[in-house]
Design a protein around this ligand. Structure first.
Ligand code: HEM
Length: 141
């Protein structure tokens, strides 16, 4: 496992700048990825708006700012062709970018949260798409 979790209180964990650095670094990496990049580019017209939303999302999780008010589950359920491999790839890139963040306490918390959320999005995705099948968990997150 590349990332360490720890128990630093959220108020002391990171600054808004730390969050922004993580999110912008991660999505720059995603956009450059030959597999994930085209999936995002096909869907997202306004990257500045998307990045602002994702900074709010991660700020809510890591700094408890409560700024995010979106609907990740239905948004992902609407994307055709998602697979466990794509979620694992997303997480691998997230871990790579987290590993080079100056604030490693935040990076560890972010990795732990990303793993749990990816797991839940993937389970929800399978249940929406194929409610009669037994959903499978992501391995090793
Ligand atoms: C295979 C993996 C993933 C892919 C291909 C993917 C792709 C996308 C795309 C294309 C959108 C824009 C959807 C739209 O506005 O119509 C989106 C939104 C979003 N994604 Fe993902 N995503 C993945 C995994 C994740 C994970 C693991 C997280 C969180 C840890 C996450 C967090 C979000 C959030 C917060 C939004 C904004 C939702 C909203 O507008 O309410 N995504 N994603």
């Amino acid at each position: 496992m590349l990332c360490m979790d720890n128990s630093t209180p959220a108020t002391e964990l990171c600054t808004e700048e730390d969050v922004s650095h993580l999110v912008h670094g991660f999505y720059a990496r995603v956009r450059a990825d030959e597999v994930l990049g085209p999936i995002f580019d096909a869907r997202i017209g306004d990257w500045d708006g998307h990045l602002a939303k994702l900074v709010d999302f991660w700020s809510s999780i890591l700094r408890r700012t409560g700024r995010f008010s979106g609907a990740p589950m239905p948004r992902h359920a609407a994307l055709p062709g998602l697979t466990a491999e794509l979620f694992q790839r997303w997480l691998r890139l997230f871990h790579e970018v987290a590993a080079v963040q100056p604030n490693q306490a935040m990076a560890g918390q972010a990795c732990a949260a990303a793993g749990r959320i990816a797991q839940s999005l993937w389970l929800g995705y399978q249940m929406q798409r194929d409610p009669d099948a037994l959903p499978a968990a992501l391995s090793d997150v």
